[in-house]
Design a binder for this molecule. Structure first.
Ligand code: COI
Length: 380
C-alpha cells in the first residue's frame, strides 16, 4: 500500500513560470496557410480523437555538445528524417499526452502540465534520452496553444489534445543511445476517446501477452509499450471488446493496466483500490489526481496488488460494485464487462465513477475551485 507522494507527484508540485513569462521564449514562424474558419468549423462539427491537426507544431533539436536548441513554433508539416534515424530502427522515443480546455469565459487552460513535464523526463531517463527542462516543455505548450488558440473546441467533452514527443534522429545503425534528437509537440482538436460515453467499455484480459515485464520499460511512456499491446488489442477487437487488460508478466495473475489507461476498483463498502506502481505500469496523472481527490473525500483507497481471479470472484459476489478506467484521453470511463479465459462478468456503471468523473472534469473546466493548483492558464 503506497500513501506517500510518488517522485513524479513531488516533481509535479514544483512551481511553474506563468504562461506570460514563457510565451515568447520560443521563436514563432507563423503558418502561411492556416485552416479557414469554415474548415475548422467542419472539424468541430464531427470531432473524433487524434486524426486532425492544427496549423502549428512546437519543434526543438538536441545535439550533443549543443544541448536543446532551435526552439520554434512552426507550421505543422511532415518531417524530413534520414532513413537511418535511430528511432526508426530501435524505437528510441518517448511521448506525453495532455489537454487544453476552453473555459466558459473563453480562456484556455491545461491540467497538471508540470506532471507531464516530469513524466516525460522520467521516461527519457529510462530510454537514455536527454531531458528537457520543465520550462522548455511548458514554453512549447504555451507557444503552440497560443498560436493555435482558435483550434481549442468548446463543445462538452471536447478539448485540444496535445502530444509532445521526442525521437532519436541521429543517422546511425549501431545500437547505442543516439547523439541527436528532435522534440515536437503537435495538437489535435478532439472529442471523447470512447464514443460510447458513459455506457461503459468492455475489457478482455489477455492470457498470453504482456505489455511490459520486470526491469522493462513499463513505467515509461514510450512507443514500444504501445506497440506490444497491439496484437492482443486486435484479438480483443476481433472478439468485440473495446480494450485489453494486461496482467503482470512475472506471475500472469495480477492486474497491471489497460495499456493506455489505469484501473480503479470500487468495493461495495465504499473503499477503492488501484494497482500499485510496480515499475511495470505507467503512473497516470489522472490516476494521481483521483487518488488525491478520493483521499480528500476521506475515502479509503489503497494501491495494492489486485489478483485478477479475486477481482472476478469479487465482482460475481457483489463485493466489487464498480470498475473504472482513467487516463488523459479516456478521462474516467466505466468498465461494463471484463472477460477472459473461463470468465465473463458484467458491472453496472455506478455513482462513484460518475462522481469522480464529474469532479475531475469540473476542475479541468473551471466549474469547481482548484485547491490543488492543477489547472494552468495558457491564454493571457
Ligand atoms: C493519454 O491518455 O494521453 C494516452 O496517452 C493514452 C493513449 C491515447 C495513448
Amino acid at each position: 500500500m503506497t500513501q506517500n507522494p510518488s517522485e513524479l507527484e513531488l516533481a509535479a508540485a514544483n512551481p511553474l513560470p506563468t504562461a506570460d513569462e514563457l510565451a515568447h521564449s520560443w521563436e514563432h514562424t507563423p503558418s502561411l496557410n492556416p485552416a479557414t474558419p469554415e474548415a475548422r468549423e467542419e472539424v468541430f462539427n464531427s470531432l473524433g480523437f487524434g486524426s486532425v491537426f492544427t496549423d502549428h507544431m512546437a519543434h526543438a533539436i538536441y545535439e550533443e555538445g549543443k544541448g536543446w536548441h532551435s526552439k520554434v513554433i512552426e507550421p505543422y508539416g511532415p518531417l524530413t528524417l534520414d532513413p537511418a534515424a535511430a528511432v526508426l530502427h530501435y524505437g528510441q522515443e518517448v511521448f506525453e499526452g495532455l489537454k487544453a480546455y476552453r473555459h466558459d469565459d473563453g480562456s484556455v487552460w491545461t491540467f497538471r502540465p508540470g506532471y507531464n513535464a516530469a513524466r516525460l523526463n522520467a521516461s527519457s531517463r529510462r530510454l537514455a534520452i536527454p531531458e528537457l527542462t520543465p520550462e522548455d516543455f511548458l514554453a512549447s505548450i504555451v507557444g503552440l496553444v497560443r498560436a493555435d488558440e482558435v483550434w481549442v473546441p468548446s463543445a462538452p467533452g471536447s478539448s485540444l489534445y496535445l502530444r509532445p514527443f521526442i525521437i532519436a534522429t541521429e543517422a546511425f545503425l549501431g545500437v547505442r543511445a543516439a547523439h541527436k534528437y528532435d522534440y515536437l509537440c503537435i495538437a489535435s482538436p478532439s472529442g471523447p476517446y470512447f464514443t460510447g460515453g458513459f455506457e461503459g467499455i468492455s475489457v478482455w484480459v489477455s492470457p498470453d501477452y504482456h505489455r511490459a515485464g520486470p526491469g522493462g520499460m513499463g513505467a515509461a511512456k514510450t512507443g514500444g509499450n504501445y506497440a506490444s499491446s497491439l496484437v492482443p488489442k486486435v484479438m480483443a477487437k476481433d472478439e468485440g471488446f473495446d480494450e485489453v487488460c494486461f496482467l503482470d508478466a512475472a506471475t500472469n495473475t495480477n492486474i497491471d493496466e489497460l495499456g493506455g489507461m489505469n484501473l480503479f476498483i470500487v468495493y461495495e463498502d465504499g473503499t477503492l483500490a488501484t494497482p500499485s506502481l510496480t515499475g511495470n505500469i505507467l503512473e497516470g496523472g489522472t490516476r494521481g489526481a483521483i487518488l488525491r481527490l478520493l483521499r480528500d473525500r476521506n475515502r479509503t483507497v489503497t494501491e495494492k496488488t489486485i489478483n485478477s481471479a479475486q477481482l472476478v470472484a469479487d465482482i460475481e459476489s457483489g463485493k466489487v460494485s464498480e470498475v473504472f478506467a482513467c487516463g488523459t484521453a479516456a478521462v474516467v470511463t466505466p468498465v461494463a464487462r471484463i472477460a477472459g479465459e473461463g470468465f465473463d462478468v458484467s458491472l453496472a456503471g455506478g455513482e462513484v465513477t460518475k462522481s469522480i468523473y464529474d469532479q475531475v472534469t469540473a476542475i479541468q473546466l473551471g466549474h469547481e475551485p482548484d485547491p490543488y493548483n492543477w489547472t494552468y492558464k495558457i491564454t493571457p
